[in-house]
Design a protein around this ligand. Structure first.
Ligand SMILES: NC(=O)c1ccc[n+]([C@@H]2O[C@H](COP(=O)([O-])OP(=O)(O)OC[C@H]3O[C@@H](n4cnc5c(N)ncnc54)[C@H](OP(=O)(O)O)[C@@H]3O)[C@@H](O)[C@H]2O)c1
Length: 283
């Protein structure tokens, strides 16, 4: 198998590279400088040159608040960029793996969203990711479309990394308890992605770490684990107005992936502990 990873410099892209290396799978890692997925001819040339069996697209515009203003850029990367990859994948008969988000849902449910639930995004970011889903379904022949949530991994550009950063400079933190979902560790998602890609059971999946929590609950777990001495207080989303609305409840039901993979991803607590150990911040 010959794999191309696009957006390879991002948090999931980096762990997918490690997962491929660990399995002895040859791969070509293209970060945003090596391949801009919004460049249609560039994407086609790159894919034709490398002729992969599997393309894993980790490239995305993920700036949820910025997307309210920069929506054209979000639609370009998360929609049209995905179209370029879908068309190129068809040309070389490659399987395409692409990731979407819990933010395609409006958060009105109180039980986990299944793949049979209808998306209804409440932000431009969510709409741009939904466009990517539609493009894949319309244009790709063999694809895995994986919705996931609250992704965290290497680097500080995620909620867990931010909590670690804030814990160093502050002794009082207020974190919202009215947004509930499932944190998902890039190492676990990378493993599940390669396992799923090997099944040939194409289609739409939800893949997250198991269980669910609020942002406040996740922060409390992190801060207790690292032995932080400050005070953590629950807050409401309305206390911190942001340009983009977030769904209040966006837990994804993993039943389809559980059935095909034959396992569940570890609990979000175990995943967070693994991440904190990776960051070497557990006393
Ligand atoms: N992060 C989350 O909480 C979350 C939640 C649900 C779903 N997801 C989805 O999960 C997938 C992986 O997310 P992630 O957190 O690993 O993302 P990430 O760390 O933000 O990485 C995204 C990568 O895409 C690259 N990129 C942006 N525009 C590009 C373009 N036009 N062409 C090529 N590369 C481009 C970025 O490069 P530069 O930095 O150089 O721009 C970055 O390295 C994405 O599809 C994301 O939407 C993420």
């Amino acid at each position: 198998m010959n794999v191309v990873i696009t957006g390879a410099g991002g948090q999931l892209g980096q762990d997918l590279q490690k997962e491929c290396s660990g399995r002895g799978i040859p791969y070509i890692a293209a970060d945003s400088h090596a391949l801009d997925i919004t460049n249609s001819s560039g994407v086609l040339d790159f894919i034709k040159q490398n002729s992969p069996d599997l393309i894993i697209n980790c490239a995305a515009y993920n700036a949820v608040d910025q997307a309210e203003n920069e929506w054209q850029r979000a639609f370009q990367v998360n929609g049209l960029g995905v179209r370029n990859l879908a068309l190129a994948a068809r040309k070389v008969d490659a399987i395409l793996v692409h990731y979407s988000t819990d933010y395609v849902f409006d958060g009105q449910k109180t039980v986990p969203y299944t793949i049979a639930d209808f998306p209804n995004p409440v932000s431009m970011y969510g709409r741009s990711k939904l466009l990517g889903e539609q493009v894949i379904r319309d244009l790709a022949e063999r694809f895995f479309l994986i919705r996931t949530s609250w992704v965290f991994g290497v680097g500080n550009i995620n909620f867990a990394g931010k909590i670690l950063e804030w814990s160093r400079g502050q002794d009082l933190l207020r974190i919202v308890d009215d947004q509930v979902s499932a944190p998902t560790y890039t190492k676990d998602l990378a493993r599940a992605t390669l396992d799923l890609a090997a099944t040939g059971h194409y289609g739409l999946y939800h893949i997250t770490n198991s269980g669910s929590c609020s942002r406040y609950g996740w922060a409390r777990f992190i801060l207790e684990t690292i032995g932080w001495n400050g005070s953590l207080l629950p807050a409401k989303s309305g206390d911190f107005p942001t340009p983009a609305r977030r769904p209040s409840y966006s837990v994804l039901d993993n039943f389809g992936s559980r059935e095909v993979l034959g396992y569940e991803l570890p609990s979000w607590e175990k995943a967070t502990l693994d991440y904190l150990n990776e960051r070497e911040v557990v006393p």
